[in-house]
Write a protein that binds this ligand. Sequence first.
Ligand code: BTN
Length: 257
Amino acid sequence: MAPLEIGRLLARVRRMGIEIGRVHFFPVIASTQDEAVRLAHAGAPEGTLVVAGRQTRGRGRVGRTWFSPAGAGLYASLVLRPPVPPSEWPVLSVLAGVAVVEEIQRLGVTQARLKWPNDALIGGRKVAGILTEAFPDAGFAVLGLGLNASFRGVEVPPDLAEVATDLETHLQPGTDLNEAAARVLLAVIASYQRALPDLRIVPDRAGRLLWTAGEVVVGGVRGRVAGLTPAGELWLVEEDGHAVAVSVGEVTDDRRD
Ligand code: BTN
């Protein structure tokens, strides 16, 4: 399989006909997220995209770091200026997660699942993550996508190797990895454009993608994952059958058997 090469990937993105804004490419950067936030504060328009070959301080959700060596992944941050009230912005994360998982499934990896709110898993291991940061007072949000494209020839730290996987491992031989990664990125952009002006997800469609371990704990609520609301909240059914929609938190696998 051809290795991931950001220049080729961007060329494919441009050819796919979905409207994107100016692309700022950095062979090396601390974090595309930080750069996109900086550009947005300086007035960068909606659709501005920051992409890097590698990151030296890639950031994940809840203060984690994002493994970002050269050739291993797609590291991209997109400036959005959603024309909807900031109260609706939280759905952006789930919308993007759904788009990533759907596109990975379309690439033939039917076992891809969404671990709410926006982790893409294959076989229970993380293949992509999304970091959404909102600056409602400044009128923008930045959506960061980290996709583990290919770990071939990459020294993956042992603790990460246990919980992560790369897309290449699961693609049909002969699949163009650059094309595949470009498609995932474009799917995120396209799903946002299609969702406007509503920023809603389609619960029936998105709910089918959910990763459902036995019991999980989210924001102190223990239950079984049962679906999504149009606003991207997660339905949990507690032991007594009571359904609760949670809007923030981290899904912790809490299987007791
Ligand atoms: C997660 O924790 O799952 C979210 C990971 C988001 C990583 C991406 S890589 C591109 C962008 N720049 C960053 O520093 N982080 C995001």
